[in-house]
Design a binder for this molecule. Sequence first.
Ligand code: CUA
Length: 305
Amino acid sequence: MIDARGPAEHGIVSLWWLMLVLACAVFLLVCVMIAGGLIRSRHLSPDEPLPEASWGGPFIAIVGVAITGPILVFVFVLSLRVLRADAASTPKSALSVHVTGHDWWWQARYPNGAQTANEIHIPTGQRVRIVLDTVDVIHSFWVPQLGPKTDLIPGKRNSMWIEAASPGRYRGQCAEFCGFQHAHMIFYVIADRPGAFRTWERNEARPLMQPTSAIAKRGEQIFLSTTCAQCHAIRGTPADATVGPDLTHLAGRRTIAAGTLQNDPGDLSDWIRDPQAEKQGALMPSAPLSQTDIDAVVAFLEGLH
Ligand code: CUA
């Protein structure tokens, strides 16, 4: 997080260094006082009564209140200023990505109808408004290199902004404990140059690529006639459920299961066969399919560019 890659993060990094310096100064002061006490006590014999510390009370009051109090108030006020400056600069008319938290994955929707999961594309060099809500518990959206954390709170809509100065893939993480697989609620912000981003966004809004191979066509039939279609949407087919991620362009993602597995035929096959072995507690049930059928579904899904 101290390797800032966008303007929203610069204020946070300065604040972080200042807090580190203050914390180190306080820590050193405490170490010096402990060392002083230990050195003084070495001159006492065990049966000698402890000397009367006539100044001990006022000393503790001075150090405990007169030093600690102002430091905490100072840091608090400074944090509020950084956060308020950040909130005040939220753009009104910028690209707005609607991000919804689910146990344990991220849904991202774009104004043109594009929808994806766990890999949020943004254009470089501009502020992107992120609108946040949740369908279940409290989550927290955090891309350490691009901006501060913002919570996703049930019944409330929060908004914040991020900006990436240069193209790249920035790791994000749910930063509020939300259940068993909180640690595996990973996402990536992928910053593309504006032209590449527009191409991605246009493609992402299109309905599915019709399968061409026989095995992929069979995979589509299996997908639509079994449990898969009860939770997932593939635009351009009757599958339009919103319990799990939209899979219309699944093949364009690098990872599946919110950053837990690679998006390759092997991992996807393992995931469909037994999600609980890969991510215990995930809401996705095992598919009651033979390995031949799973292979067909994988061939279909890995063709969805
Ligand atoms: Cu979502 Cu932790």
